[in-house]
Design a protein around this ligand. Structure first.
Ligand code: NAI
Length: 296
């Protein structure tokens, strides 16, 4: 199956951690990318974040300045959804909330042409359910990147019950053309990675609650003895506790309250306190501005 031609315009909605990274990936592949966020200034800030990260590559000689300039020209922050109307692929990376995502897709269906492909970067919400109230549910699928999107190779291409298989094959080929390693998944709760990862976080949080060891010890242990790239607590800080807690709740509900997926009160407290992890400078660890490693 052919990947989308790079002349197809890509819109990314939600310019947070994931949206900005996905915009970078699509622009790197040669697409013109609209980046939209409902929060004023967020789309421009998302683009500035991409520029800052890639400038380091230029400074260290790994990228040419002219390639960076050309890439940045291809990312266009926009204010309103109306400005995305000529996109061929829209990737949604907004808040993990079924109703808000549904409203957005209904709006996009009206704004964009009938041939638009609608993709969600949801971590856990049923693609079937997101598409249920659409006029053309066959044009919606999951395109689930991992954090940070420019660095992580895997993309889950998720088919809801109504998703057109040919369309999923096009997105699979497109993800591959963007330098990713796509896999097909059906719309089960948490799909593949987030389903497998839930007990990783849940058991770590239980160990912490039982005072078996503190987060820094558990993280170091899993990194050094288990050869994980990141320990569970630093990974949760990277993901964002608001996002991770919403995902756990969604998988827990989807499995009718299965104890294995029960959300942790520790996570709930972090969310209530606004300690969302790296993005707020405080989670299980504190982060100095711009820090990429926790201050234990
Ligand atoms: P984030 O909190 O960093 O960014 C979300 C952005 O969406 C914010 O800038 C917010 O202003 C914007 N937004 C919210 N509602 C909007 C709307 N109606 N229209 C336009 N913009 C809106 O969140 P993050 O981490 O980027 O997550 C976004 C999505 O990606 C969620 O569905 C999440 O489950 C999923 N995801 C998150 C991963 C992670 O590790 N953080 C990994 C893979 C998927």
């Amino acid at each position: 199956m052919q990947a989308l031609n790079t002349s197809v315009k890509v819109a990314v909605i939600g310019a947070g951690a994931m949206g900005s990274g996905i915009a970078q990936v699509a622009a790197q592949a040669g697409h013109l990318v609209y980046l939209q966020d409902q929060r004023e200034g967020a789309a421009a800030a998302g683009k500035a974040g991409v520029a800052k990260t890639l400038q380091k590559r230029v400074d260290s000689g790994k990228m040419q300045q002219r390639d960076l300039d050309a890439l940045l020209q291809r990312i266009q922050p926009v204010d309103s959804l109306e400005q995305l109307a000529d996109s061929g692929l829209v990737i949604e990376a907004i808040i993990e909330d079924l109703d808000i995502k549904r409203q957005l897709f209904a709006r996009l269906e009206d704004l964009c042409g009938e041939q638009v492909i609608l993709a969600t970067n949801t971590s856990s919400i049923s693609v079937t359910s997101l598409g249920a109230q659409l006029k053309r549910p066959e044009r919606l699928l999951g395109m689930h990147f991992f954090n940070p999107a420019p660095l992580m190779a895997l993309v889950e291409v998720i088919l809801g019950l109504a998703t057109d298989k040919q369309l999923a094959a096009v997105i699979h080929a497109t993800a591959a053309a963007w330098g990713k390693k796509p896999v097909f998944a059906t719309s089960t709760p948490g799909f593949i990675v987030n389903r497998v990862a839930r007990p990783f976080y849940a058991e770590s949080l239980r160990l912490m609650q039982e005072q078996a060891a503190d987060p820094a010890t558990l993280d170091a242990l899993l990194r050094e003895a288990g050869n994980f790239r990141m320990g569970p607590f630093e990974l949760m800080d990277l993901i964002g506790h608001d996002v991770n807690y919403a995902v756990t709740n969604s998988v827990f509900d989807a499995y009718y309250g299965d104890f294995r997926f029960q959300p942790s009160l520790i996570q709930k407290a972090l969310v209530e306190a606004g300690r969302l992890g790296r993005k707020t400078g405080q989670g299980f660890y504190s982060y100095a501005e711009g820090a990429t490693r926790p201050e234990a």
